[in-house]
Design a protein around this ligand. Sequence first.
Ligand code: MN
Length: 747
Amino acid sequence: METAIDLEAEKKEIIKAYRHLLRNAKRHQAKGDLQLIRKAFDLALEAHKDMRRKSGEPYIYHPLAVAEIVTAEIGLGAKSIVCALLHDVVEDTHITLEDIRGMFGDKVASIIDGLTKISGVFDQTSATSSLQAENFRKMLLTLSSDVRVILIKIADRLHNMRTLDSMARDKQLKIASETLYLYAPLAHRLGLYTIKTEMEDLALKYTEPEIYESISQKLKETQRARQRFINKFSFPIMASLTQAGLEFDIKGRTKSIYSIYKKMKKQEIPFEEVYDLFAIRIILDSKPENEKSDCWRAYSIVTDHYVPNPERMRDWISTPKSNGYESLHTTVMSKTGQWVEVQIRTKRMDEIAEKGLAAHWKYKDTTGNENALEEWIVKIREVLENPDPNALDFIDDFKLNLFAEEIFVFTPKGELRTLPSGATSLDFAFDVHSEVGMRCIGAKINNKLMPLSYKLKSGDQVEVLTSSKQYPKEDWLNFVVTGKAKSKIKQALKDEKRQLAEEGKEILDRKLRNLKIKTDNNTVNRIVKYYKVMSPLDLYYRIAKKNIELNDLREATEDPNKKSWLGYFKRLIPGTKEKEEKTPQLENLVADLNGKPAQLLIGDNMEKLDYTLSKCCNPIPGDDVFGFITINEGIKIHRVNCPNAVQLLSKHAYRVVKAKWTSKESIAFLAGLKITGIDEVGIVNNITKVISNELHVNMRSISFDGHDGTFEGTVMVYVHDTQHLNNLVNNLKKVKGVHTVTRMDAN
Ligand code: MN
């Protein structure tokens, strides 16, 4: 009866977790709330009772943990806890949405409905990419009616990331990539800084385990020295702050592993050269009316002791970021010659910075700034309500808006407007009103006439100039960056295209009539194929624009299946007919692979599957890789850390196949190395000598650039696998004068 004992112990554990949740929840609750939570817990426990997670533990742990995040880490109340406990019930069990409505009312039911829909899209690999985008759109529409849907979804994703260990490798990669691509930016946009940071770190842990390990190891090793430095640096500031009668807390905040990694990658530097591994944070305990002046007093004290860098001063107290972030940032020179970032803020500002939104609600009575989120939702809605059939564009536009830093500009009347950085005068015009954008011919920036494409800077005053004769142009899309401007321009262009297409269709119909060829769908489709255009609409449009002359219309409408000698020769031309017939076959093969848990074994399936190694990251045996199904070029093998991987894995997950190297092939693979160092006499010679001495390494190309006593070189070599390459790298590092040797393309 061993299992029975286990179950008893499990039951105790579950009750313990539930009690813990209640303790956290208590702070916010009114009387009836606890009963409501109890009711939700009982229902979830019963509904999930026969289910287990991949890790083997009872399923109920997951909703309990999500509820705990929702209350303890995001700070939401009873209704959200109820929804978190029930979030997987409708999708995974026999309980229906109507059951929920009957037991908990309309509000809870509508939130659960939103959550069920989202997980239907995101947590299924079989969905096509356009479906994902379309549903992402719907998800955000739901969000605009109740923001709790997205907050609970973020908590759900965070817990899945925390428990990613028990998933299969390809699932880990998909979930981690998607988190980096969608959820972390979303959390950031909502001001959930702590959660965003944890998501990014966890995603890195699974996509780049070695890098993650090495950075966290190095952080540990340097921890004590860092603390000593921080104490020494802070001491004089603390003394002066106390003397000035300010209540405060001061601490060193170490950068997240992911942001250190990003910095190393962007600046191509090793860990040791990242100078801003930490920031000093001063948190003031101020009365509401003294917040701003206290922060500036602290700033003045800091800069009395250390010289500030005039270019690194940020004042987000006078103009907070639109996600609500408020803080003063300055970077000062320490006594040891190191730049140190100092962040100054009050307790309230700190809580908003860490927990975001929920803290906003808590403080909204005192600040009056609770509109920021509402404004954001209104903007998202404007983009969403535009009926754009190409939903993928929307994700890209949306993503751009999420990632962008912001600039602040003014109308001629001095009204402040927030735009993403990189926004142009035209974006501003569309931000004012879409009709103003459509008719915009230029703008006066600080009273000087500037073109539509002028990139705005914070502080610019913008006056839009319009003309009733103006209408949107195709090339406008090259310089607008806001989602609103893009979708409005595309819509206008599409309307114009549709009008022209009608004229084109008339021209084609007339010509076909003259040639006495029957006009039906078949004929049109043949013409579309013949001229290699995308769709009938595209065909008509090009005809109207006179891009297509229609001289060989008779040939174009011929039945390609007829065994005429013309068709026969056509099939012999590579790249025309051949390819089209190959694609479905390939897809079948892959569907097969998806159906069974089999995976693409590179090296074995040589004849069966048509695969190539992608040029963007040059994978070699030994690399962690995946296969990606392309439309025309078969399966392409990418490295997991390829710069394009995150996008491919998250946007087109259904086209990804697992891949693994099997037998070592005797052929050689191309890999690129980047070498930097001191430009000593004979260095190029020494490097080539090492390469040619290395067993079986062949060099394809080498190029070196020297400047001011340093050099940077690129070497392309043929190697057998990662071990072969690593040997070479290690030997190159031993050459006198060589500073760094790194693999190119993917780092
Ligand atoms: Mn879940």
